[in-house]
Ligand binder design. Structure first.
Ligand SMILES: [Zn+2]
Length: 96
């Protein structure tokens, strides 16, 4: 991670391939105050993880056990017309 959560690591919980963003639990959390919707209910503050651009994130590679940059390669096993991108470690080429 770079930015305000620099140096932290977390588990990727959601991937938004279309927009190149991911969500990591516990990171980039915003606090949101929820107003009571019914009378007599208490307002509360909830924490929400937001999507962050994948370019802000460094993956910890399983292969070389270091933060790495992400590359892509096409999965040939998917067959023609069904090209599937795989994220790989640029250092050791292991799929991440
Ligand atoms: Zn690696």
């Amino acid at each position: 991670m770079v930015g305000k959560d620099g140096g932290k690591s977390g588990k990727i919980t959601e991937v938004d391939n279309a927009n190149g963003k991911i969500m990591i639990s516990g990171l980039n959390v915003i606090k949101k105050h929820k107003k009571p919707t019914k009378q007599g209910e208490k307002g509360q503050t909830i924490s929400i993880s937001r999507f962050i651009p994948i370019s802000n994130v460094q993956l910890l590679c399983k292969g070389c056990d270091r933060p790495t940059r992400i590359g892509y390669r096409i999965d040939p096993s998917a067959g023609s017309g069904q090209e599937k991108k795989i994220r790989i470690c640029k250092r050791c080429k292991v799929a991440v």
